[in-house]
Design a protein around this ligand. Structure first.
Ligand code: ZN
Ligand code: ZN
Length: 608
């Protein structure tokens, strides 16, 4: 979603009452379905939309398109899928608001592989000289795409592809240049009195001089704000290239006086957004709560009272935070889809977006194991594999949500794992494949309810334990021995289950948690032990054989050391040497509780 011009939001006391259909908080109050995307689909259908139904998202290019920005795509995806499952044709589009001017230099950027770099690592000088110009007129700082704007769009498109979400990218610049935006531009200028009147309820800088069009200066290439004359017959405006205020700084104009056509400039965001709805025939658009309070009220008003068009069914979503702090593209407090997929299966990430958008939530890297556990539960709910006799109302609701939300969450995974004949693919190249045609959709649904039901998931922290061992055969042997992979599992099931190990290992590496150690499984490290310590280890083994509570084991390590007059620190060191051939390691008791017990006992008893 585009940033509006800076500092233009004023709480105007003359602001108008919003049309009752335009309340963006559509997920508040009673809903028609427990899964929000189905409820939103109902609201769209209630308006009897034309075919195809168009769902839009969009953002202005900036530094790094991060996981929070993906709300613009993944939320829309779930609504699109709900409609497609009801046999409606849906176009999901994403507008890159790439005719917006670069207002300030980003501090961080991302290359096409999703690596976040400092501004200093790219050609920052070239960016600095281009302040005030449209993103599509600025050279790509990485030199790999046609422009900065295109680089950013490519990043967004890749993120969507990695999640198996088919999105049509629409360049705003192209809409202007091709003339597709000409009619709405002309309409706004023709009805500029009306446009001013509507906007004046939302912004106080709107005076009689205000012209809702910003030409691009033919001399310096910057977006300008001072239009001196409009000629509707010839489709041109006269302008002076004056200074532009951008936040706390001023981008200097060159003073040039010139003429621009309606294709050589842009509408201000407050008109451009409703213009996009009109030109693209948008039926639904999710947006962040900043817009819910800012450009949505004015945009829906402009749509109704300037374009005389019904605005889309809105949906305000709450923002995510990352590790407890707001995402910040400029300071680099971001995580991209690429990074996330190093640690999570794509279905787990899609699952994160099935959660109620009206609630703020944190993406906590340290506790990704909780998210994965929730996903596993969600999946078991779909397959009716949840245990327990007493089902509460909450369980019932969770099952209803899983019934609706699991198929769209898993379809791109199933499409990647099974070929068009329905046979499992060994070592698939991609984790997700977009399901676009109805044949493939029907097939994917059959697979979800058929062979895919055999899939096996290793608990994430157990996968992290296996990740402490490099040997793939040993990983498999332990997974089997611990009963996580059945003896008769088909090959794809085993491979699928074990693929989680690399994800969990990456998680351990990035967080430096208790699984970020190399476990010496295949050979016992050389450790010199005195008879007292040997007896103590045997006693500890006997305790672990009959106890699995992490804190009890931790306590017993202390007790055992004390009983044998071994300094506690020394006894822990012995443990670390036995398991890691190292002087230190994770908190030992809880760690031993997570390991497979047979191995723990063998090692404590020093049996090779
Ligand atoms: Zn590029
Ligand atoms: Zn100029």
């Amino acid at each position: 979603m585009s940033d509006g011009p800076a500092s233009d939001d004023s709480g105007d006391p003359t602001a108008r009452e919003m049309h009752p259909d335009d309340d963006p908080y559509v997920l508040q109050g009673p809903q028609s379905h427990p899964f929000w995307a189905e409820a939103v689909a109902d609201q769209i259908l209630a308006r009897d939309p034309d075919d195809p139904i168009v769902i839009k998202g969009g953002i202005s290019p900036s530094g790094v398109p991060h996981l929070g920005n993906m709300n613009e795509i993944v939320r829309g995806y779930f609504v699109a899928e709900a409609l497609r499952e009801r046999d409606y044709e849906v176009r999901q589009v994403f507008t890159a608001d790439d005719r917006d001017p670069l207002r300030k230099l980003p501090r961080k950027l991302a290359d096409l592989d999703g690596n976040v770099v400092e501004l200093g690592d790219v050609n920052a000088g070239a960016l600095g000289r281009n302040l005030g110009k449209p993103y599509t007129d600025i050279p790509d700082p990485f030199g790999c795409c046609d422009s900065y704007g295109e680089h950013f769009s490519n990043l967004i498109e890749r993120s969507a592809e990695l999640l198996g979400i088919p999105v049509e990218m629409v360049s705003n610049t192209e809409l202007y240049e091709s003339g597709e935006f000409e009619d709405v531009t002309r309409h706004v200028l023709e009805h500029r009195e009306q446009a001013r009147e509507v906007l004046s309820h939302y912004q106080d800088k709107v005076d009689e001089e205000y012209v809702p069009f910003n030409p691009i200066c033919e001399d310096c290439g910057k977006i300008t704000e001072t239009v001196t004359d409009i000629d509707l017959d010839s489709g041109t405006v006269e302008y002076v290239c004056t200074d532009m205020e951008a936040g706390d700084q001023t981008i200097e104009g060159c003073g040039h006086e010139g003429t621009a056509t309606f294709r050589e400039g842009k509408l201000p965001w407050r008109f451009e957004w409703p213009g996009q709805w009109q030109v693209l025939g948008v039926d639904h658009e999710p947006f962040g709560k900043d817009h819910a309070e800012g450009s949505w009220p004015s945009g829906s008003d402009v749509a109704r009272n300037v374009f005389e068009n019904e605005p889309p069914v809105p949906m305000a979503y709450e923002w995510f935070t990352l590790n407890g702090e707001p995402f910040s593209s400029s300071s680099g407090h971001v995580i991209m889809v690429q990074d996330t997929l190093e640690m999570l299966e794509p279905e787990v990430l899609r699952y994160f977006f099935t959660k109620d958008p009206s609630k703020a939530r944190d993406f906590t890297v340290e506790h990704l194991d909780h998210l994965v556990d929730e996903f596993d539960e969600f999946e078991r709910n779909y397959y009716g594999e949840t245990e327990g006799e007493e089902r509460t109302d909450a369980d019932e609701k969770a099952e209803e949500i899983a019934d609706a939300a699991y198929p769209p969450t898993i379809r791109p995974t199933v499409a990647a794992r099974f070929d068009e004949d329905g046979d499992p693919v060994s070592t698939p190249e991609r984790g997700s494949v977009a399901v676009v045609d109805s044949t493939r959709r029907a097939q994917a649904n059959d697979l979800v309810d058929g062979p895919f039901g055999e899939r096996v998931r290793l608990p994430y922290t157990f996968a992290a334990v296996l990740g402490m061992t490099d040997d793939p055969d040993l990983r498999e042997e332990i997974a089997r021995r611990e009963g996580h992979v059945p003896d008769d599992a088909p090959e794809w099931v085993t491979e699928f289950a074990l693929s989680r190990v690399e994800n969990a290992r990456e998680w351990a590496r990035r967080t430096g948690n208790e699984f970020d150690y190399e476990l010496k499984r295949s050979e016992m490290p050389d450790v010199d032990l005195d008879p007292d310590t040997e007896t103590a280890l045997d006693e500890l083994a006997a305790f672990v054989e009959t106890h699995d509570d992490p804190e009890e084991i931790q306590g017993e390590i202390y007790e055992t050391a004390k009983r044998h007059d071994i300094p506690v620190g020394e006894f822990f060191s012995v443990g670390y040497r036995l398991f890691f051939d190292d002087e230190e390691g994770p908190k030992l008791g809880p760690f031993l509780a997570k390991l497979d017990r047979e191995f723990v006992l063998t090692r404590l008893r020093r049996e090779e």
